[in-house]
Structures are given as structure tokens and as C-alpha cells.
Design a protein around this ligand. Structure first.
Ligand code: G6P
Length: 485
């Protein structure tokens, strides 16, 4: 039983709970949230001594749910009305901040009603946290949806220690300055004791903005705001490499990978893309590059084929139906032009896949194409590497992912440079075995060392909770739906 007065020493705040409510017809039920954040935090919370609380949205409107426990974590749902979802989630989060923080790939919209809803929902999360936090608790806030929470929470609970981790890029000064509420957002973030970014670039942008807008002073890596030190850190997130390796080594996965290859006609090279269907991921450019290689006969169906998994995402948000139509159209065109009977050039799966199926696809592939035009980290490329136990497989990776900072042994590309992208794909498909092995061995070292547990440990230290280092739990084989972040 839970009581409204249950309090925790560690609280996680994220827009989504690790489970979400899914409606089919007039019934609804809980499902594991198919999101990268769950994959990252689940193992951390499971190995945390004492009960942690996770505060987040159920993903649905019009239902009330009391707090409940899952795997020893107290889940405390935050409610939103349909109107709030439109203004906060579809509006300010994903039509203002998301495009702005991803290099303004599409134009951000600025609406005062959206901002008001952002403040309202951030205040609601803050109220939940203030109620649930033990004295001197640690509150770990996640991502761009909740950037006002640190300052709001500090105002009502000065005793708690607050960390905020931004999973997506933090933009350059010139872009951030467009925001009519730029000062409020920076003050919101600076309410934390620790503000963490995926890359050095994100942390540097934050420091520059604090100085530029006279929010505070820069002192080494940190900033001083209102006489208080805010630690500004770089915490590149990793994957649960041990769990992925375990799935990859499972005979069922090995069989499934062989079955996938056979069903594609045992091609010489399977190119693979796995993404959320988002305009930041560069899916259309990638398919276009592949098509040009086919038209120039540098690649050829059925010897070379592309498998593209695109998980449906944010379908009510501006820009997402356009990218869906664009990719649908392109797949049709490329298959019409280059596919053979029984051998499509592009096999396109527009639905989410289980972790087991994804790992089988990673194993079946020869070349992984991760070519976003901007991405905070990108965990797909790390999952691919973690599943290549025998040092085979080539990773083509965009320079504009956070992952590229550490994974310099991938074939790095600028996805805007069509010829460069084509050359990298061509090269990947024909890379000599010795070079494949050398590159993959180096990538594996990085991905298995800097895994999600290492990331969590560095956060636990920064948050003063380093008494119980997170280690992979003995049994990591719990099946769950997972996807591209
Ligand atoms: C990215 C964000 C997450 C978000 C996820 C899925 O990884 O960093 O905060 O949860 O995308 O997007 P969604 O809008 O469906 O939660």
C-alpha cells in the first residue's frame, strides 16, 4: 500500500513514468514506456538502496491514478488535461524547445500560452517533488521538459540537493537568444546544484549564456549564481552493455539474426537504420544517399539492402507527419526504382520493436547507419556496438551526435554532405576485415567501459549519493520494450 505521505531519499523527475497508460478502444492498460530514459534509469533505481520515487506523466489524459509501486520504485503520476498536453507537451516542449535545441532544423514557434503551460506543469512536478522528498533528499530532474523545476523546487525546499541532466543538446548562444523566456529558463536551470550535459559543447554553451545574460559568473567549469556555486558537468550517457551482450549471446537471438538474413535473401551487406521517426534523425537523407549509390551502381540490390526501423513518435506534433510522409514516399520510390521481385531495396518497419528483435537486427546487420543532423547522444549506435561480440560490423556515425565525441573509431560523417555520406556508406560496405575488427574492438572498449552504470555512478557521486555504486543486477534478462532515444 502507498500513502500520500510516503517520502523518499532519492526522487527522479522525468516527463514520462517508466510505465505508460495505453488506450485501445474504450479500455486502457499499463505498458512499459518504450523510451530510452527508462532503459537508462531502470537499472540505477533497481540497485539503489531504499525506495526511490519516480514522478512523471502517464502519457494519457482523463484518468486519475494514485501512486503505486513497480519493482521497488514508487511511481507518482502527474496528471495533465488534454489542453495542457497540447500547450505543454506538443507545444512548448516539442514545437518550441525541441527544434530550437536541435539547431533549429525546423522553425521553433513561440507562443505565450505555451510558455504559461510550461510554467504550470513544471510547478505541478515541483509540488509533487516537494511533497515526496525526505528532508535533505536528492532530486534528480531529467530533460528539457522540466528545466524550470530546479529553481522552483529550491524556492520551496532549500534543504534538498538538486541535479538536472539534459538528455538533448544545449544550443549555441545565437539560437538560445531567440527564446523570449531565455532568462527565466537559465534561472530555472541554475536553481540546481549540478547541471549536467551530454557533451562539452553543451556545457560550454550554458556557461557562455549565463555570462552573456548576466545571470551569474563563470568560475572554471562551474557558474556562480546569486552567490551559490552551480556545478556544470559533462555526463555522456551510456547503455546497459552487459544486458545487451547477454541478449546478443542468447541462442534465440543468434537464430533470429540468421533468420532475418535468410529472409532478406542472404545479402552480402545489410545496412541498418534504427530511429524514432523524428526529423532530427536524418532518415530521409540516408535513404536518398543509399538510392544514389544504387543509381550509380556502387551498390546493387539484392547484394546490398537497407533495413530501416522507424518507431512512430509525436504524431500530433508539427513536423512529424511531414517527415513520415517524406520517408513513406521515399521508400516507395526507391523500391519502385531498384527493388526486385522478393528483394526490396529498403525494408521499412514503421513500428516499435522489442529489445530482443532490435538486438537480433543489430547482429544481422553489417553496417549500422546512425546519421542524425543533431542528436544529444544517440544510444542506438552504442547498442549496436554492444551487440557485436565478435568485433564485426561497421558503424557510420554522424559527427553531430553526442556519441561521436567518444566514438572516433566509427566512420564519422557530416550528414549534410551528400557525397561524404555516400562515400562513407560505400566505404563501410567494402571495408577490409582487419580494419573492421580494429575499429569495432576500439568502439567496444569505449561502449562497455562507459556504460550506463558508469554514467549513473558519476551522477551518484555528483549528487552525494555515492554510498552504493550501481552495478548490473545479477539477472538482467527482464524483457522490455525499448527504443531509440
Ligand atoms: C528523447 C528525449 C526524451 C523523450 C524521448 C521520447 O529521447 O530526450 O525526453 O522522452 O525522446 O519522446 P517522447 O516525446 O515520446 O517522450
Amino acid at each position: 500500500m502507498t500513502s500520500p505521505t510516503d517520502r523518499s531519499r532519492l526522487l527522479v523527475l522525468a516527463n514520462r513514468l517508466p510505465v505508460r497508460r495505453v488506450r485501445t478502444g474504450d479500455r486502457s492498460e499499463w505498458e512499459t514506456s518504450p523510451r530510452g530514459l527508462v532503459a537508462a534509469l531502470g537499472p540505477v533505481l533497481e540497485s539503489h538502496p531504499g525506495e526511490a520515487t519516480w514522478i512523471g506523466w502517464t502519457g494519457i489524459t482523463g484518468e486519475h491514478h494514485d501512486p503505486f509501486r513497480v519493482d521497488g520504485v514508487l511511481l507518482d503520476p502527474v496528471e495533465m488535461s488534454r489542453g495542457e498536453v497540447q500547450l505543454f507537451y506538443e507545444g512548448f516542449c516539442n514545437s518550441t524547445l525541441w527544434p530550437l535545441y536541435h539547431d533549429s532544423i525546423i522553425r521553433s514557434e513561440y507562443h505565450r500560452t505555451w510558455w504559461d503551460a510550461y510554467v504550470t506543469i513544471n510547478r505541478r512536478f515541483t509540488e509533487h517533488a516537494a511533497r515526496r522528498a525526505e528532508p535533505d533528499a536528492v532530486v534528480w530532474v531529467h530533460d528539457y521538459q522540466l528545466q524550470m523545476v530546479p529553481a522552483m523546487l529550491r524556492a520551496v525546499r532549500p534543504d534538498v540537493r538538486i541535479g538536472l541532466f539534459l538528455h538533448i543538446p544545449f544550443p549555441p548562444v545565437e539560437l538560445f537568444l531567440q527564446l523570449p523566456w531565455r532568462r527565466q529558463l537559465l534561472h530555472g536551470l541554475a536553481g540546481a546544484d549540478v547541471v549536467g550535459f551530454q557533451t562539452r559543447g553543451g556545457a560550454a554553451n550554458f556557461r557562455s549564456l549565463v555570462e552573456r545574460l548576466n545571470i551569474g559568473e563563470v568560475d572554471g567549469a562551474d557558474v556562480i549564481v546569486d552567490g551559490r556555486r552551480v556545478q556544470v558537468g559533462v555526463f555522456p550517457i551510456g547503455v546497459d552493455a552487459a544486458r545487451i551482450a547477454q541478449i546478443a549471446a542468447d541462442p534465440a537471438t543468434i537464430d533470429r539474426a540468421a533468420e532475418i538474413r535468410a529472409s532478406l535473401g542472404d545479402p552480402e551487406t545489410i545496412l541498418l537504420g534504427v530511429d524514432r521517426l523524428d526529423y532530427t534523425k536524418g532518415i530521409a537523407r540516408r535513404i536518398e544517399a543509399f538510392a544514389e549509390l544504387l543509381s550509380e551502381e556502387r551498390l546493387e540490390v539484392p547484394r546490398h539492402v537497407l533495413v530501416q526501423v522507424a518507431e512512430p513518435s509525436r504524431e500530433a506534433v508539427l513536423g512529424y507527419s511531414d517527415i513520415r510522409d517524406r520517408v513513406d514516399g521515399l521508400v516507395g520510390e526507391v523500391n519502385g526504382a531498384y527493388g526486385l521481385v522478393g528483394a526490396p531495396a529498403v525494408t521499412y518497419l514503421h513500428r516499435s520493436q522489442s529489445t530482443e528483435e532490435l538486438v537480433a537486427l543489430y547482429r544481422a546487420a553489417d553496417v549500422m547507419l546512425v546519421t542524425p543532423v543533431r542528436d544529444g547522444m544517440n544510444l542506438v549506435c552504442k547498442e549496436f556496438v554492444a551487440s557485436r561480440l565478435d568485433n564485426t560490423g561497421v558503424l557510420v556515425l554522424s559527427e553531430f551526435t553526442g556519441a561521436a565525441e567518444a566514438l572516433s573509431d566509427a566512420l564519422l560523417v557530416n550528414p549534410y554532405d551528400v557525397d561524404g555520406l555516400k562515400n562513407a556508406i560505400d566505404r563501410a560496405a567494402h571495408l577490409p576485415t582487419a580494419e573492421v575488427t580494429r575499429r569495432m574492438a576500439a568502439l567496444r572498449k569505449s561502449v562497455t567501459t562507459d556504460d550506463v552504470y558508469a554514467w549513473a555512478r558519476s551522477w551518484m557521486v555528483a549528487l552525494g549519493l555515492d554510498t552504493a555504486p550501481a552495478e548490473p543486477p545479477a539477472d538482467t534478462a527482464t524483457p522490455r520494450q525499448e527504443t531509440p532515444a
